[in-house]
Design a protein around this ligand. Structure first.
Ligand code: PLP
Length: 242
């Protein structure tokens, strides 16, 4: 691997991760848990493989998230993925399901009953069980992916009967909020859904992940029950889209 360790970007990545872990610890304690109850995902979209490998090899990152199937497939052979979990977190088109199911440990962005069915059918065909999260559009935003809240509640029983998938929990991206109260409202609503479904009787639900919180709001998310935060720009710096 070609790491030019005099590149100050590496030092920044390492300091950012230290600071974020500190914040995670504080927020976890505030919510009656400990640092080890909350996982840190490094979101690697648009980030070059050298920086990702540095975060893995030097900063203890063991969970990465990519948004696009094609971007992940083109990077993965250059990544040091030993002991690292890979999750898809971006919108997934049904025609790409076949390509991604065998490549990732979890699809966090299952946002419709139809997509869940396609993932289920692909996993069944391969004789595997696919771990997924259900993404909920908690702010009812037209511009966002995720289950519409009404459709979500209506789909739960059918989702819970699909073969060859294991539903591990929920994921969300809340709307941009004016104030902290509004943000907390969305996070705590997600927490309620999560606890309700976790304690319900659904055959293929095995809830242990509530994935919420990104660079700008991971502390609030943890305080409101998140146990997996997806952090990109606060680790790697602002994204440059080409
Ligand atoms: C890009 C992205 C993130 C990370 O966003 P940052 O604000 O850079 O931390 C988290 N989750 C999803 C689904 C994303 O697309």
């Amino acid at each position: 691997m070609t790491i030019n360790s005099s590149d100050p970007a590496f030092i920044n990545i390492s300091e950012n991760i230290k600071r974020i872990r500190n914040d995670i610890n504080e927020a976890a304690v505030k919510s009656g848990r400990s640092e080890s109850d909350v996982r840190l995902m490094a979101v690697t979209k648009t980030v070059s493989v050298d920086y990702i490998n540095y975060a893995i090899l030097n900063c203890g990152i063991d969970l990465i998230g990519e948004n696009k199937v094609q971007e992940f497939l083109s990077k993965k052979d250059y990544l040091e993925l030993d002991g690292v979990e890979k999750h898809l977190i971006g919108h997934l088109q049904t025609n790409k399901v076949k390509k991604i199911v065998p490549e990732v440990d979890m699809i966090q962005s299952v946002d419709s009953l139809n997509l869940a069915k396609v993932v289920s059918a692909e996993a069944l065909k391969r004789g595997i069980c696919a771990d997924i999260l259900l993404e909920v559009n908690i702010g009812d935003e037209e511009s966002k992916t995720g289950f519409d809240k009404v459709a979500f509640l209506e789909s739960v029983s059918e989702l819970s009967e699909l073969p060859s998938i294991s539903v591990k929990g929920l994921m969300t991206i809340p709307p941009i909020c004016e104030d902290e109260k509004e943000l907390e409202k969305y996070f705590s609503q997600m927490s309620e859904y999560y606890n309700e479904l976790k304690n319900g009787n659904y055959p293929n639900f095995d809830f242990n992940i509530l994935s919420m919180g990104m660079s700008g709001d991971y502390k609030e998310a943890i305080i409101n029950g998140s146990n997996l935060v997806r952090v990109g720009s606060a680790i790697f710096g602002a994204r440059i889209y080409k």
